[in-house]
Write a protein that binds this ligand. Sequence first.
Ligand code: ADP
Ligand code: MG
Length: 285
Amino acid sequence: SFYKNPDLDEFIRQKYTLKQLLGEGAFSEVVLGVDNVTHASIALKIIDKRNCTKQQSLETEVAILKTAKHSNVIQLLDVFESPRYLYLAMELVTGGELFDRILEKGYYTERDAAKLVKDILSAVQYLHSAGIVHRDLKPENLLFFSKDEDSKIMITDFGLSRIRKEADESLVMETTCGTPGYVAPEVLTRKPYDKAVDMWAVGVITFILLSGYPPFYAENNAELFKQIMRAEFSFDPNYWSDISESAKDFIRHLLTIDPEQRFTADQALEHPWIASDAASDKNIH
Ligand code: ADP
Ligand code: MG
């Protein structure tokens, strides 16, 4: 089944043979592409520019993203533009999304989770030191490199929220139709925010990795936002009694309301749960 889109630019068709759809997001489609000259496979992200900010800032952003190289970051290889679309050729990964994989696993320990979080943190630390804030860290943006049991995890979609329309002004709105469960309190209260938003998201992801459910949950977004702004979460003993105190301490330092008090990537990497093997190897599935 080949990807069909009558509006696709001719120069893209000449460069890549497009195969199946790999995934879809709110503003884009990701398609498997094979380079017609080198025969290398890539993931081509096709973004409809009608959903983007001014072209000028877009070019700057993309230029920065192209320089990001880290073993846990999906590499942006090439960028093409037409009046209608922005095309991002990315390193292709085949291991699938984070949670699909964990659900399939029979045996899963705190130590497995800590290893994944360590890799995520190492990518976040790298991006932050390069001045890149992800702003949309969530399980769908965490992909396994390969189908191997011990495949590394990789971050995708970093920095792209910046080139989306009104990303700064109406993040609350954007979040409402997106994934509000991962958004940090200072985003909701519209205070200037920065790298710390990614660290909050790492806290949410770690919580879910260890328990299977999100720290903040409500029937409606108004209630959900209230919980997030108060960092109102708890470690329900029904799910958390087998989890180490070290893991809980780690999460508390990330799900901290004040972004200045919240752990940075450097601090999180030094926490015993990540750095000193304080995670237990009991099955928590
Ligand atoms: P969006 O920004 O629209 O959410 P993503 O970049 O997150 O788009 O991609 C959407 C989906 O496409 C991902 O959740 C994943 O399933 C798939 N995908 C994205 N990038 C790759 C890639 N490099 N290799 C393989 N699949 C990918
Ligand atoms: Mg995405």
